[in-house]
Structure formats: structure tokens, C-alpha cells
Design a protein around this ligand. Structure first.
Ligand code: FAD
Ligand code: NAP
Length: 556
């Protein structure tokens, strides 16, 4: 079955199949990884715990879910035919359409025959004798693989909050990141939403349309910019399509965040008050994530950042009728952009509706969930349904749920106990042939993630092809290279305002999780160049073992 050079021939613990690669996860990362590895003629098995492809877009079916990077850019670029033929209906496609797109890609590239659905990978153990991974799925035999590629997602481990009484609630309970597949109808119901991150900000205006009463429990106010979503005309689609070569090249090679937009040529304090305000106003009217790209120092200079933050606070005050509610909605705990900025459709305006109430739980928290109510401070809010928009154990959560055992019997969880350590966000020393797509230490969640996913997948596929062509058995990050990379990631982060926020980027939303800034802020284009330089220099910072040496070791 394997297309890679054969290994020592040593019998493996179980009698399952042997693959060149096992890929864990069938979101956008796992799907493209499968396509690329198959193109190399390798045998691949993908395991996906859900019963369909799409990852994020399979799980997050809450009302109002849609992308926050424009669809013409939040889409694969690896196939020009695909990007020329797929018609996005709106500037920011809704979740069902993105899921349809994922399914279209699976069909178009005939991916399903190598994906085993409804199957979790529970365990992966590296055998130093054979240099193979032994992978334990939740159903079926243990299999072996030369390479294991974690395409498990940065935001795939939905986090249930630890709130007293939650399990005793008698009404309906939903988590935005684990939304049911059947339609959920809130018509005439009293609904509570806990959380005010991106998921809540998208779902609140939609739930408000049908619920008889909607109560939003806010611990931390977030900055949100209007999406200005609208139907895409065929002219708009055509304009993108004709410029795709330049748009995609720019996003990959020059941008910081994987999005095509004008690059700022100055800092916020280089403009006078009127000019600056006009620029913020223009970006606010345009809508979307590029609001933060208007100046080049918003992420590093607090005074500059304050000008953008104050502008957004002013906009909030202008939209929300009740001054007390407006005040609560104005973020005051972190510089703008240091938590993922939210993109909304009428979020702030939803609080002008008579059936919507904002409850501040910043100082009190939620005391308890009663069988029919949320209790906070001195009040009980009676509800029929509870929506937990409480986020994810981000970046490392899904990896940590797999028992990954590397060299010397050491687990990845032991190694990452004080925070994740990787070289380039791709591999971790002591875990040969184990790759992570958009892992901690790479730009990942700070970017248009499809751009980062494609870059990682291409790099990994090229690396695996390189190994195959040279008869190499293993690739492994060197400790020294990893230490230097971790230090670099931290150094770049500490030169910015990001660490000032208690964000999920820092692991701050999970009690007990080490506070380390996990993504790499150096920018998508610069990071790609670093990765390309590393591979061009013969995978500098990685140790590679030739197959011959492996055979000698096995024989001795
Ligand atoms: P995922 O899509 O998370 O897929 C990972 C898959 O791995 C999941 O299906 C999961 O079930 C599976 N898996 C995990 N562990 C195991 C296991 N042990 N065994 C088997 N299967 C496993 N990013 C953007 O750039 N732009 C956006 O507009 C955007 N919008 C988002 C909206 C929401 C609601 C969320 C939650 C995230 C959003 N993101 C966005 C980030 C988004 O996660 C990425 O853009 C992208 O979809 C990630 O793809 P992925 O394949 O890496 O991971
Ligand atoms: P999130 O940003 O982590 O927000 C979770 C919210 O729940 C926060 O407001 C948090 O408050 C609150 N919370 C958590 N535990 C709580 C508790 N015990 N009591 C009260 N409040 C609690 O999660 P998310 O909204 O799901 O978004 C996660 C990421 O997914 C986003 O940042 C984005 O990258 C992606 N996403 C994108 C989109 C999009 O627009 N396309 C939509 C959804 C998600 P604190 O802030 O005080 O911790």
C-alpha cells in the first residue's frame, strides 16, 4: 500500500493497514492535504470525527454564521478552475454556502474515498525501531503511517463554560461551535446568549428577530466593525476573477494577514485629526477586517491604537440609543485588534430592539444556571433556551485531546505543558514526521486562514515529496532551531500590543492554560519567505534520517 521506500519490515503492534500518511481532520486543511499527497502518488487515510467535510463550517451552524474574510478571498486558490467557476452569492458567504463549497471540493477532487468519517483519532505513537507512527482510531484497526499530519483546526474544540448548575438547566442548550444539524426555532422563546465574541456578535441580531426576549450576558465588550454584507454581482465576481493572479500573489507574499488590500504607508499619528477621522470613517463605511489596515502602527503604538479604538467607541455610541447600554458595549479592557476584531451585521443596533437586553457580568460573573433561569447578581433571568457562545480551547485544544507519544515515550502534552513549542509552527522536536497545519508558532489565526492553510499544506507536501525522492525516513525539528523560533515568536509578540489582552491567542480563556502568545505575528508574507528559505537550504533546522541509517539501526 505504501508508495514510500519500505522500512525495516519489522512487524507492527497491530495488523491494520499501512499508509504513507494519516491526516487528522477533514476541514479545509485536511481536504487540501489529502489532495496534495494523493498528487504525489502516496497512500493517505484521513480520519474525521464529524460525519462530513468542512470542519469549522460543518460544526458552526449557529444563526448568522458567515465568514469575516470576503468569500472571494476566503476560498481555495490552488485550482484556478475552481476559483473561476465557483459563484459566491454574497460578499461574506453564510455558513451553509461555505459548507456546500467544501462538499463541492470534496466531490470535485474525489476526496471522500480516502476519508473515514465519524472516527476520532485517539492516539498516535511513534515507534523508534520502524520510524513509523501507529495510529489508533476510535473505530477500526490501528494503522501505521510514515507521516501523521494534524489538520485538527485552531478553533475546533468548543469550550463548555464551567458554570454552576449548567447541567441541570431544563430548557434547550446550544453551543455555537457544536450547533445541531436540525433547524433550531427560537420563535416566541426567551433566549439567553452567554458571551460576546465573534460567534455571539453574529448570532445575536438573527436570534433577536424571532425570540420573544433575548438577554445577552457580557463579560468583556469587544470591538466590532460592520461587515457591510451584500449580494455579489456578477461584475464584482468577474472583477476579482480577472485579477486573481495578483490578488492571490499579494495575499500570499506581501500581506501581513493574507488579505488583499492597500498597504498603509503611514502611522495614525502622521495624519491630522480630520484626515485620520476621514480615513477611519471611510473604512467603517467600507466595512470588514481591513479597518485595522488603515495605518501601519495600530498594533504597536498604544497612542495610535487609541485613535482607532476611540473612533469605534464613538460609532457605538452613535448607533445604540440607550446611553447606559452604549457605554457597556464600548470596549475598555484591551487595545483594538488585540483580540480578534469582530465583523457584524447590525450587532450594536440589535440592542435598540425592545426585546433585547444587555446584562453586564464583568464584576459578578454568572452565579448559577437554575433549571429555568440564569442567575447573576441579585437577579434571575427566566429563559427557555440557552446559547453558549463561549468559544474554544484554541490552537492547541484539539491536538491536546489526542494522546501523541513521541521519542522516548514522551507525550506532546508533557512537552507542551508550559505552552506549545514548535519550529515554524510546523513540527515539534522529539516528534519525527508529525506535522501540524497552522500550528502554534505560525501566523494561522492572525490571517485569512485559507492562505495560511494552503501555504502549510504545500510546504508539507513538498517536504514529504523531497523525502520520498531521496529515500529519507524521518524529518524532525532540531531543539536548537525550535528554541530559537520560540524565542523569535515571543520577541515579535512582545514588541506589539497583543499581549495586553486576555485573549484566546494567549490561552487566557482557559483556566490553568499557560499564557503564551501562540500565533506568529511576523506577517504572512515574511513567514512564507522564512519557510521557503528553510526548505531551500535543505530543510535547515531539521534533522533528516536516511532510510539506510534507519535500516542499520533496526538491524543492530
Ligand atoms: P477545522 O475547520 O477546524 O477542521 C478541523 C477538523 O478536524 C474538524 O472537522 C474536526 O472535527 C477534526 N478533528 C479534530 N480533532 C480530531 C480527531 N482527534 N480525530 C478526527 N477528527 C478530528 N478564518 C478565516 O480566515 N476567516 C473566516 O471568516 C473565519 N470564520 C470563522 C468562523 C467561525 C465560526 C470559526 C469558529 C472560525 C472561523 N475561522 C475563520 C477560522 C477557521 O477555523 C479556519 O478558517 C478554517 O476553516 C480552519 O480549517 P481547518 O481545516 O484548519 O480546521
Ligand atoms: P470567543 O471570541 O472566545 O468569545 C467567547 C465569549 O464568551 C467571550 O465574550 C467570553 O468572555 C465569553 N465567555 C466565555 N466563558 C464565559 C463564562 N464562563 N461566563 C461568561 N462569559 C464567558 O469565541 P467565539 O466568539 O466563538 O470566537 C472565537 C474565534 O472564532 C473568533 O475570534 C474568530 O477567530 C472565529 N470566529 C469567526 C467568526 C467570523 O466572523 N467569521 C465567527 C465566529 C468565530 P471573555 O472575553 O471575558 O473571556
Amino acid at each position: 500500500m505504501s508508495a514510500l521506500p519500505s522500512t525495516s519490515g519489522k512487524a507492527h503492534a497491530a495488523a491494520g493497514d499501512a499508509y504513507d500518511a494519516v491526516v487528522v481532520g477533514a476541514g479545509f486543511a485536511g481536504m487540501y492535504m489529502l489532495h496534495r499527497l494523493r498528487g504525489l502518488g502516496l497512500s493517505v487515510r484521513v480520519y474525521e470525527q464529524g460525519d462530513g467535510v468542512g470542519g469549522t463550517w460543518y460544526w458552526n451552524r449557529y444563526p448568522g454564521a458567515r465568514c469575516d474574510v470576503e468569500s472571494m478571498q476566503y476560498s481555495y486558490s490552488f485550482s484556478d478552475e475552481l476559483q473561476q467557476q465557483w459563484d459566491w452569492s454574497e460578499r461574506y458567504a453564510p455558513q451553509p454556502e461555505i459548507l456546500k463549497y467544501a462538499n463541492h471540493v470534496a466531490d470535485r477532487f474525489d476526496l471522500r474515498r480516502d476519508i473515514q468519517f465519524s472516527t476520532r483519532v485517539e492516539r498516535a505513537v511513534f515507534d523508534e525501531g520502524s520510524n513509523l507512527w501507529s495510529v489508533t482510531p476510535s473505530q477500526g484497526d490501528i494503522v501505521t503511517a510514515r507521516h501523521v499530519i494534524l489538520a485538527t483546526g485552531c478553533l475546533s474544540n468548543a469550550r463548555m463554560p464551567d458554570i454552576k448548575g449548567l447541567k441541570d438547566f431544563k430548557g434547550e442548550v446550544y453551543h455555537t461551535g457544536h450547533w445541531p444539524h436540525h433547524a433550531v426555532d427560537f420563535t416566541g422563546k426567551r433566549v439567553a446568549v452567554i458571551g460576546t465574541g465573534s460567534s455571539a456578535i453574529q448570532s445575536v441580531p438573527v436570534i433577536a428577530e424571532t425570540a420573544s426576549r433575548l438577554t445577552v450576558f457580557q463579560r468583556t465588550a469587544n470591538f466590532s466593525i460592520p461587515a457591510r454584507n451584500a449580494a455579489l454581482t456578477s461584475d464584482e465576481r468577474e472583477s476579482f476573477r480577472s485579477r486573481y493572479p495578483e490578488i492571490r500573489r499579494f495575499a500570499r507574499e506581501e500581506s501581513r494577514n493574507g488579505i488583499f488590500t492597500e498597504m498603509p504607508d503611514r502611522g495614525a499619528l502622521d495624519d491630522g485629526d480630520n484626515e485620520r477621522r476621514a480615513k477611519y470613517q471611510s473604512r467603517w463605511e467600507r466595512g470588514g477586517l481591513t479597518f485595522m489596515s488603515v495605518y501601519n502602527n495600530l498594533a504597536i503604538d498604544k497612542t495610535a491604537n487609541d485613535t482607532a479604538a476611540n473612533f469605534v467607541r464613538e460609532m457605538i455610541a452613535g448607533i445604540v440609543d440607550d446611553p447606559a447600554t452604549a457605554k457597556l458595549l464600548q470596549p475598555d479592557s484591551h487595545p483594538i485588534g488585540t483580540k480578534r476584531i469582530c465583523i457584524d451585521s447590525d450587532y450594536y443596533a440589535a440592542f435598540n430592539r425592545p426585546n433585547v437586553t444587555l446584562v453586564d457580568i464583568k464584576s459578578t460573573g454568572i452565579d448559577e444556571i437554575l433549571p429555568n433561569a440564569v442567575r447573576t447578581g441579585a437577579r434571575d433571568y427566566e429563559i427557555d433556551a440557552l446559547v453558549l457562545a463561549t468559544g474554544f480551547d484554541a490552537m492547541t485544544g484539539s491536538v491536546a485531546k489526542i494522546d501523541i507519544v513521541g521519542r522516548d515515550g514522551k507525550t506532546l502534552n508533557e512537552k507542551w505543558a508550559e505552552g506549545p513549542r514548535t519550529y515554524l509552527g510546523l513540527m515539534s522536536a522529539g516528534f519525527p514526521n508529525l506535522f501540524v497545519i497552522t500550528g502554534p508558532g505560525s501566523p494561522s489565526v492572525l490571517s485569512n486562514m485559507i492562505v495560511s492553510i494552503e501555504q502549510h499544506v504545500d510546504w508539507i507536501a513538498d517536504c514529504v515529496g523531497y523525502m520520498r525522492d531521496r529515500g529519507l525516513a524521518t524529518i524532525e525539528a532540531e531543539r536548537d532551531a525550535e528554541d530559537k523560533w520560540v524565542a523569535h515568536v515571543n520577541e515579535v509578540a512582545s514588541g506589539t500590543l497583543y499581549p495586553q489582552a486576555n485573549s484566546w491567542y494567549m490561552g487566557a480563556n482557559i483556566p490553568g492554560k499557560p499564557r503564551i502568545f501562540m500565533p506568529y505575528i511576523g506577517g504572512v508574507g515574511a513567514y512564507r519567505q522564512i519557510c521557503n528559505d528553510v526548505s531551500a537550504r535543505g530543510y535547515e533546522g531539521f534533522q533528516m534520517t536516511p532510510l539506510a541509517k534507519e535500516k542499520r539501526a533496526a538491524a543492530s
